[in-house]
Design a protein around this ligand. Sequence first.
Ligand code: GLC
Length: 726
Amino acid sequence: MKRLFIFILLAVGFGKISAKAELPVYKNPKATVEQRVNDLLGRMTLKEKVMQLNQYTLGRSIVANNKGKVKVVPAEIGSLIYSSTDVTMRNAMQHRAMDSTRLGIPILFAHDVIHGFRTIFPIPLAQACSFNPDMVRLSCGVAAQEAKQSGVDWTFSPMIDVAHDPRWGRVAEGYGEDPYLSGIMGKAAVQGYQDNGKYNIAACLKHYVGYGASEAGRDYVYTEISRQTLWDTYLPSFIRSLEARPATVMSSFNNISGTPASANKYTMHDVLKDKLGFDGFIVSDWAAVKQLKAQGMVKDYKTATELSFNAGLDMDMMSNAYDKYLEKLVAEGKVDAKAIDDAVARVLRVKFELGLFDHPYTEKVADAKRFLLKESLNLAEQAAEETMVLLKNDNNILPLKNTKRIALIGPLADDGADLLGCWHAWGDGKDVNTIIKSVQDEFKGKAAIDYAKGCDFEGNDESGFSEAVDKAKNADVVVLCLGEKSTWSGENASRASIELPQIQLSLLEAVKKSGKPVVLVLSNGRPLQLNRMEPLADAIIEMWQPGVAGGKPLAGILSGRVNPSGKLAMTFPLTGGQIPIYYNRRSPGRPTQGKYQDMSSEPLYPFGYGLSYSDFQYGEMKLSKTTCKKDETITAEVTVTNNGKVKGKETALWYIQCPYSVLTRPVKELRHFEKHEIAPGESYTYKFEINPMRDLSTFDADGNKYLQSGEYDIMIAGQIVPIEVE
Ligand code: GLC
């Protein structure tokens, strides 16, 4: 008996040792990522490798190739765009990958989590107006937590396309017209997604590159981008965001001066991977490989596959081309097997770094424990507060004082869904704090609120005008809520006119005739043409599309509980005829000529514009010295005093200019900003530690830093002080 017991002990022990010995390196969590990648790569067949370079969809999707049927999707697939909040389907699919394939490689599940997953934050263009990167980082952290707990490992965000044309619907998804601001916000977003503990998800810089230069603001079109402009305007936001080590980058739809981005070897291989050292992987945009045919670059999808892959595009989203042709192309010697290994290693590295091999499944958590958490909603409200921009406030009509009756009018006053904006993932209009509910709460016991819709977003039905005008006549003030539907911006949502539909202007004209002051509240996904509305409004609040929690901050701005602090991240043209119009333009040969004959050449509201209820007075800028060598620094500082009656947050925007440069530079370039709250009567000194190579340089057409010796102007709040760089 004793012998048998000892034998069993030995057998079990041996079994464990041998099992341990058989555990392949790639399955050993104690091995390094590189050891695991290399071990796994060495075990994979070419077919298994190729499957890792493909992405299909799974779950609710209007264009899904499988309508959510788990069994339809090959278990060896590298990634799936996952459209569900229930983790059941994801875990079932993941079990197929882990348990029924030869090597058990987990699938990477992705989704467009652009400004929140269920707790929806303000659209990114609005977030940029906060000039608060910490708020962007925190909001992306909440988005990551909700997405991760819903089965998503990877988001196709942040979108950091610099854009100058508000006709392009996708300006809503980006951080505006400035390369520096877009980069700072993009970097913060990547940190929010990737560096927040157990809810890390992979980020994706998009759309690489120059998509924002889409001709005439249309989508999926040609972009004329010189090498110089590529480097000094469209690449900087990616270069700065790469500092946060994003896991992935997405190639864009646009044709870059003759070579579509998704088959552009210069931008993807030479610049992003070689020169900038990007070690993650590049995924195409949706069916962008196939679209090379429509763009006239190739005759068939096999050639599209060859050109895209050899240009450096690692993963094919929804073209179903890589899985069909890559093996053949390797066999024909048109694609190098080593390049396949490099691409697969990049994908596997992301999966190992996300921990997917060791924790492939998502724990089921009740909605109440993951969505719309109190602290998440609080953050969404703070974010909305900081993104709203006060554009006009004649005679300080705002905040509303001694108001006993407010006529709350307009198609957006009692609308929740459209305040979510485009790309609102699993956001629900029912979650939204509407304007009317928030205004009623804010003014409870202080003022009566009379509501009238007045009109729809568009059309020509004026039948609601009379009720609106009657309520205006009986009120002390009109709060008129106009704007865009959430579907009027985002992808494939270009608008030739950036003016709101005539019916909305007519409603404004009608209520204006009541003789009562009008506060115009705008909710929109792009800069608007306001030249016909602005004169009729006593005050204008740009609330953007603020997400679930925008109503209360808006009501707070009306009552004075919230002091608006947003500043525009994108120029508001006087009319669409001025487009493109942006602040960091180059100086013309005749600055006093060349203007329009029929209207002003100045925008209605420039980049950086925004009013406050405080009265911020800037003192004289001071410099630690006015001459420095290229490897020295100069400190610029300015003291700002709040001469107003209420505390407020002021963002100091530091610009530079190189007035005489062989490589001509814009008339001003934002290079530093700081936001700070200042109490009434108090002062705060803002500082800008100028490092010439970092803060005064630009890129030349070869992507090398360019810093010419000579004069540079440091600018803030209208002050211009020259320095000399030797
Ligand atoms: C879309 C968009 C891109 C998005 C992707 C996945 O076409 O261009 O921004 O991330 O497809 O939905």
